[in-house]
Design a protein around this ligand. Sequence first.
Ligand SMILES: NC(=O)c1ccc[n+]([C@@H]2O[C@H](COP(=O)([O-])OP(=O)(O)OC[C@H]3O[C@@H](n4cnc5c(N)ncnc54)[C@H](O)[C@@H]3O)[C@@H](O)[C@H]2O)c1
Ligand SMILES: O=C(O)C(=O)C[C@@H](O)[C@H](O)[C@H](O)COP(=O)(O)O
Ligand SMILES: [Zn+2]
Length: 359
Amino acid sequence: METIQITTVSKQYPVLVGKKAIQELPELITTEFNHLNKILIITDEKVAELHLQTVKHALIKTGKPVLQHVVPEGEHAKTFEVFYECQGYCLSQKLNRKSLIIALGGGAVGDLAGFVAATFMRGIPFIQIPTTLLAHDSAVGGKVAINHPLGKNMIGAFHQPEAVIYDLDFLLTLPLQELRSGFAEVIKHSLIADHDFYHWLKSNIVDLNEITDEQFLTMITKGIAIKAAIVEEDEKEMGIRAFLNFGHTLGHAVEGSMGYGNFTHGESILIGMVYALKLSMKKEGLDFNLEEFIDWVSQLGYQITIPDRLETAALLHLMKTDKKSVNEAATFVLLNQVGSPILKDIPDSELIDEMTEMK
Ligand SMILES: NC(=O)c1ccc[n+]([C@@H]2O[C@H](COP(=O)([O-])OP(=O)(O)OC[C@H]3O[C@@H](n4cnc5c(N)ncnc54)[C@H](O)[C@@H]3O)[C@@H](O)[C@H]2O)c1
Ligand SMILES: O=C(O)C(=O)C[C@@H](O)[C@H](O)[C@H](O)COP(=O)(O)O
Ligand SMILES: [Zn+2]
């Protein structure tokens, strides 16, 4: 079992990663949170079917009442309607400031349940139990949110979890497309922070169906450590936290305009990373073997072109309304070198030219 301690201005908490990590949950609750009166697990339909019993079984040892609320899968959970319904459930079940929410699932459940916890009675504690590879990113750092039809994650808060329990056995049921989605965030972490990690990934991960337990552990703990170092320095994204948004400016625009859930988060940001790499090479003189990168990710099954049916003007508009952009121009995370990101405003004409090349 690996433990990574996260220390932000607002909270210090452990991230436990390993096979059977869920067995640590009851002791954590009875030692650190014994004053809590009730536990509500928020999970989605698929994860409920696959892993809810395991978590409920582990919680029996705490002797505390455990409730469950099941929401739709994927981005369908990150809506105002589902958020409102969760709040109604919390009220009707008389949760209060001594209650705990557990987010059991991928990033969508984590973002939703975390936002419910952040806002219920102005904030109650929650624990993240991630079940996807992608959630090595989403479960850590305290960004919680729902989507709005006009933009991804536009309604949210910063609310750190009390702990993250990452049981690698839960990943065994993940379909290939979800592994692919999560692996895109692993690639992102390597590109923004660690040249050696990037080369390790490129040489070792050539088939997403063949990732070993040891490789999962390495990827997840390295990804979390990279994210933790950034979040610890800049919890509320006043500066360097924006580097974690590498690939997301176009990525979120693609994800939203494909219709949330039709193209996974990771597949969308992979396209956004190719775009940001191209801009970095043109504008920052990034020395990068893009051809080799494209061969590698294509072999892993990623699409690297902007879907045909998406209009350049609509994508441009979405990029300019991204949270990072505060002036007229769209703000991008670019790389000077692998491991060395910067923020840069890019004129519309250059963004349009590059999108046209990537269609
Ligand atoms: N808060 C953050 O910092 C942050 C970071 C990255 C991404 N995100 C958000 O995370 C979301 C994407 O996360 P995700 O890819 O984990 O998505 P997700 O929660 O939608 O899960 C993807 C799919 O996998 C299924 N699933 C989950 N665990 C499973 C398992 N163990 N076995 C089989 N199926 C399983 C789910 O039911 C769902 O259908 C996006 O909304 C994105 O915006 C947030
Ligand atoms: O933690 C962060 O900060 C990130 O940017 C991580 C991203 O991978 C994640 O998708 C995040 O939800 C994006 O945040 P947003 O502020 O662009 O909505
Ligand atoms: Zn992301």
